[in-house]
Design a protein around this ligand. Structure first.
Ligand code: CP
Ligand code: NVA
Length: 318
């Protein structure tokens, strides 16, 4: 990270994982995002309105998206750059190898935002093109951009990160993995309650523990009530992620005891917030009353996708 006036930079070429940045860089990114949020009202007069003028960013989505696609497109535009929508069929490997696609793209664009299945596919694009900045817009394994927005939201709610506890209830999936990484790096203790067979993967646990700071702990439990006990926020995600649709019935059965409802919220600390990356399924992972309650900050999270991704683009491509 350089201390150049204007805004800081990250040392990494690609952002495929929260672990690609240091804890210092992550905190700087979130500080920058908070500044960009305040300055957004300035519109074209914002200091960063032309920061990426003349740059192009390709957006490739192999899975559905509302929030990530919309916020990246707006982020690119609000920084003075141009977004290029590349149809997902272009990278299915049928017409030409992925490595060739990456080496074409880097001759035209500065960054690629990619939502795909295997994390290895996003990594392969980055590895094939040394000048192309690749951003993970969700893979089966990680959703780092979501975690950026979530920890900005949590600081807005809590005033700080260190010393707080975030409880995650449900599937140890892509969203949970990136949250575990970021929590550890920012000094937030992370407790995750999952059914057997759906825990946070051991590699994610080890990686998070290796970067933990400020006394942050990572605890895996089975019982959702134990998981949320005294927590400052409860987070959940869908029981069936994109690509797992064939398992939906089995998952509904296994995850039923993991629903975030008023009783579970009451077991957390007084004033605990409710978070969800969205889309949410009312009546499954969260009840409608919790989703609509004053504890719910889900639309703040959605808004913060924009500000945090603007900060990421500036620090990566600026
Ligand atoms: N939270 C999130 O990534 O939403 P989308 O799938 O709509 O992009
Ligand atoms: N875990 C979910 C997150 C969606 C934003 C999925 O991968 O479908």
């Amino acid at each position: 990270m350089s201390g150049e006036p204007g805004h800081p930079r990250v040392g990494t070429k690609d952002f495929l994982s929260v672990l690609d940045v240091s804890g210092t860089e992550l905190a700087a990114l979130l500080d920058l995002a908070a500044r960009l949020k305040r300055e957004r009202a300035l519109g074209a007069a914002a200091p960063t309105a032309a920061a990426l003028a003349g740059k192009h960013v390709a957006l490739i989505f192999e899975k559905p998206s509302l929030r990530t696609r919309a916020t990246f497109e707006i982020a690119v535009r609000e920084l003075g750059a141009h977004a290029l929508h590349v149809p997902p069929s272009s990278i299915d490997g049928e017409r030409e190898p992925l490595e060739d696609i990456a080496r074409n793209l880097e001759r035209w664009v500065h960054g690629v935002v990619v939502r795909t299945f295997a994390q290895a596919k996003a990594a392969a694009i980055g590895a094939a093109a040394s000048r192309l900045h690749v951003i993970n817009a969700l893979t089966d394994e990680e959703h780092p951009c979501q975690a950026l927005a979530d920890f900005l939201t949590l600081r807005e709610q809590w005033g700080s990160w260190q010393g707080h506890t975030l409880a995650y209830v449900g599937d140890g999936n892509n969203v949970a993995i990136s949250l575990a990484h970021a929590a550890a790096m920012l000094g937030v203790s992370f407790r995750i309650a999952s059914p057997a067979g759906y825990e946070l993967p051991p590699a994610a646990v080890a990686a998070a523990r290796a970067v933990a700071t400020g006394g942050a702990t990572l605890t895996l439990v089975r019982d959702p009530r134990e998981g949320v006990q005294g927590a400052d926020a409860i987070y959940t995600d869908v029981w069936t992620s994109m690509g797992q649709e064939a398992e939906a019935d089995e998952r509904k059965r296994l995850f039923a005891p993991y629903q975030v409802n008023a009783a579970l919220m009451a077991a957390a600390a007084p004033g605990a917030r409710f978070l969800h990356c969205l889309p949410a399924h009312r009546g499954e992972e969260v009840t409608a009353d919790v989703f609509e309650s004053s504890a719910s900050v889900v639309f703040d999270q959605a808004e913060n996708r924009l500000h945090t991704q603007k900060a990421l683009l500036l620090m990566l491509l600026g």
